[in-house]
Write a protein that binds this ligand. Structure first.
Ligand code: NDP
Length: 334
């Protein structure tokens, strides 16, 4: 009997905000295990804003997915069959691509072992995974915060943002966080180290930044792009630094590759704008993991998660993520 996997395919290109029926759950045959391969049953799947990018027809690092093509993304699962000595059945692995499905077969070298004793498995998709390392790299290697500086963080209560806020606070920075949700604003203050919060749905961003940082911002960690980036450009101090991480405001706009209208402010103020993607910091992965895992274990870092149950709810979880339903990292539990 052939094994099968249940995997989501892209059913239609979303026009604006995605809908659950833009994704279709299909049953596909699993290939037979070849030497040096593992068969994995996923335990947790990641949903991330970047997954919206290949649903467009725009070329970029995330090439467009064909209609009917399989969705991919991060996942953590248990090896249930193995022809690779290094990863016997019963071990747990991370795959950057084999998400949005229950079972898969892959080369052992395409997955990475994870230790369930060090942290809960879901953490390898969040605070000890893509999100935590993105926060760490953007703050520690790009912005290099100093005690007493003021930092503005957008999408501050999300997977990346909450880690940035907490790490910046540990450096002695004054943290201003934005969110569209009052419940998240409260968590930002009570749990993630923000001194001030801005609700971008109800507050005027520029006026609020003026109020909370009357002398201007030293740093901006940009997860949102669009109107947030424009407001931050206008609010930076001379020689301020920006880490350009993402642009979630633009992902449903039809052109996520567009820039800010007031870019000239960067010239006038001598700003340093550093775009980055976490793939560029692969060599720093062991150091980032070590630091983040130590902080998590000591209670010096909260790794909040929003957990959705059931493979069949993956499309809806992704839709809800972009609509802001998550606090911290959104994962699907199988
Ligand atoms: P989050 O957990 O922050 O989830 C997305 C959040 O974005 C939502 O919860 C919502 O929060 C907020 N949001 C949605 N629409 C808007 C909008 N129009 N304006 C403002 N906020 C909005 O996601 P991640 O932490 O995983 O990702 C954050 C950013 O980091 C994204 O831009 C992502 O693409 C980027 N990223 C970049 C990486 C890199 O290597 N450069 C790697 C990983 C992520 P709220 O309720 O507050 O509105």
């Amino acid at each position: 009997m052939t094994d099968t996997s249940r995997v989501f395919q892209l059913a239609s290109r979303p026009d604006g905000a995605p809908k659950p029926d833009d994704f279709k759950l299909a049953e596909v045959p699993l290939p037979a295990l070849q030497p040096g391969q593992v068969k994995v049953r996923n335990t947790f799947l990641s949903v991330d804003p970047y997954m919206r990018l290949p649903m467009t027809t725009l070329e970029g690092v995330h090439a467009p997915t064909d209609i009917g093509g399989e969705m991919d993304g991060g996942a953590v699962g248990e090896v249930i069959e193995s022809t690779a000595d290094a990863l016997p059945a019963g071990s747990f692995v991370f795959s950057p691509l084999m998400g949005w499905r229950d079972l898969y077969v892959a080369d052992a070298r395409a997955v990475a072992p994870v230790d369930p004793k060090l942290a809960p498995l879901s953490a390898y998709l969040g605070v000890l995974g893509l999100s935590g390392m993105t926060a760490y790299a953007g703050l520690e290697y790009v912005l290099k915060p100093k005690d007493g500086e003021t930092i503005f963080v957008s999408a501050a209560a999300g997977a990346v943002g909450m880690v940035v806020c907490q790490l910046a606070k540990r450096h002695g920075c004054r943290v201003i966080g934005s969110t569209g949700d009052p419940r998240k604003a409260a968590l930002l203050k009570d749990r993630f180290g923000a001194e001030a919060t801005i609700n971008y749905r109800s507050d005027d961003l520029r006026a609020a930044l003026k109020q909370f940082a009357p002398d201007g911002l030293d740093m901006y960690f940009d997860n949102v792009g669009g109107s947030h980036l424009e407001a931050a450009l206008d609010s930076m101090k001379v020689h301020g630094r920006m880490a350009l991480c993402g642009a979630v405001e633009l992902y449903n706009s039809g052109n996520y590759r567009q820039g800010p209208g007031n870019f000239f402010a960067a010239i006038e103020k001598g700003l340093t704008l550093t775009g980055f993607n976490i793939g560029l910091f692969a060599g720093k992965r062991p150091e980032m993991m070590r630091e983040l895992a130590a902080l998590l274990a000591s209670g010096g870092l909260h790794g909040d998660e929003t957990i959705v149950d059931g493979l069949e709810n993956t499309g809806k979880a992704f839709v809800d993520l972009l609509a802001g339903a998550n606090v911290g990292k959104m994962v699907v539990r199988l």
